[in-house]
Write a protein that binds this ligand. Structure first.
Ligand SMILES: O=C(O)CCC(=O)C(=O)O
Ligand SMILES: [Fe+2]
Length: 238
C-alpha cells in the first residue's frame, strides 16, 4: 500500500507563485524526460509544453472527436468499482478509457512506458501499470479541487495529463489549477490545456482543479499505479 508518497532525491519544494511556473521542458529533446523527473523531485509536479509531437496529438484529438461522435464517451464517475457514482457538483467531464486499439494510442502508451521506466529508475516509485482515459469537458464543465489518491486507496502514485486542444486562448478558461501541497491555501500555478503539454504530479500530494471551460476541452488523463495485489486479493484495474 502506498500512503503519503515521498520522493527521496533532490532538494525540498521551492516557492512558486501563480503564473510563475516552474522550469518548463522546451521541445521534444532527449532530455525532456530528465527535466520532467527533476521537476518532480523539486516540486512534486512538472509541466512540460510540447512534450509530444504535433502529429501524435492531432491523431489522438481526431480519434477522441470521432469516438465522441459515435457516442462512446460516458459521464465520469467518482470512486472505483462498485463504489463509483456520479456527482455533477464535483465533476462534469465525460470519459473513455484507452484500450490500445489504435496506432495513436499505442504510440502514446509506448512513450508513457518509457516515462514509467525512467521514473522508476530515477525515483524508485515502483510504478507498475498505467490506466488512462480520454476526457472531454463540454463548455461549462469543470472538476473541483481534489487529490487523485489518498491513503493508497486506488494505487495511483503518479498522475499524468496530456492536453489535445489546438489554439487554446487564455479567455477560454479550462486551466488546470495546482496547489503545491495538500495544506496550501494559495494555488501555485495555473496551466493552460494547450495541445502537447504534459503535466505530471504525485497523485496523493498535489491538489488540483479544472476551472470551468468556455469551449470544449480535450485531454488524456492517466495514472501510473503501484500494484496493491495480495495473495488473496488481486488489485483490480479501475
Ligand atoms: O484535465 C485535467 O487538467 C485534470 C483532470 C483531473 O484532475 C482528473 O481527471 O483527475
Ligand atoms: Fe485529478
Amino acid at each position: 500500500m502506498v500512503s503519503g508518497t515521498t520522493i527521496q532525491a533532490g532538494p525540498g519544494p521551492e516557492e512558486t507563485t501563480l503564473n510563475n511556473p516552474v522550469d518548463v521542458i522546451d521541445g521534444p529533446g532527449g532530455d525532456r524526460c530528465q527535466r520532467l523527473i527533476d521537476d518532480l523531485v523539486t516540486h512534486h509536479y512538472a509541466v512540460a509544453p510540447d512534450y509530444f509531437p504535433a502529429h501524435l496529438i492531432r491523431a489522438l484529438r481526431q480519434e477522441a472527436l470521432l469516438r465522441d461522435r459515435r457516442g462512446e464517451f460516458q459521464a465520469a464517475g467518482i470512486g472505483r468499482g462498485r463504489d463509483q457514482h456520479r456527482n455533477e457538483r464535483v465533476r462534469r467531464d465525460r470519459t473513455l478509457w484507452l484500450d490500445g486499439s489504435t496506432l495513436a494510442q499505442c504510440t502514446l502508451l509506448e512513450e508513457m512506458e518509457q516515462l514509467r521506466l525512467a521514473v522508476n529508475r530515477a525515483l524508485f516509485l515502483g510504478l507498475f501499470d498505467l490506466e488512462a482515459h480520454f476526457a472531454l469537458y463540454d463548455p461549462g464543465a469543470f472538476y473541483r479541487r481534489h487529490l487523485d489518491a489518498f491513503n493508497g486507496n486506488n494505487g495511483r502514485v503518479l498522475s499524468a495529463v496530456l492536453y489535445l486542444n489546438r489554439d487554446w486562448r487564455d479567455d477560454e478558461g479550462g486551466r488546470l489549477r495546482i496547489w503545491s501541497d495538500p495544506d496550501a491555501s494559495e494555488p501555485a500555478l495555473d496551466v493552460a490545456p494547450r495541445a502537447g503539454t504534459l503535466v505530471c504530479f504525485l497523485s496523493d500530494r498535489i491538489p488540483h482543479e479544472v476551472l470551468e471551460a468556455q469551449r470544449q476541452r480535450l485531454s488524456i488523463a492517466g495514472w501510473f499505479r503501484c500494484n496493491n495485489s495480495t495473495a488473496i486479493a488481486p488489485d483490480p484495474a479501475r
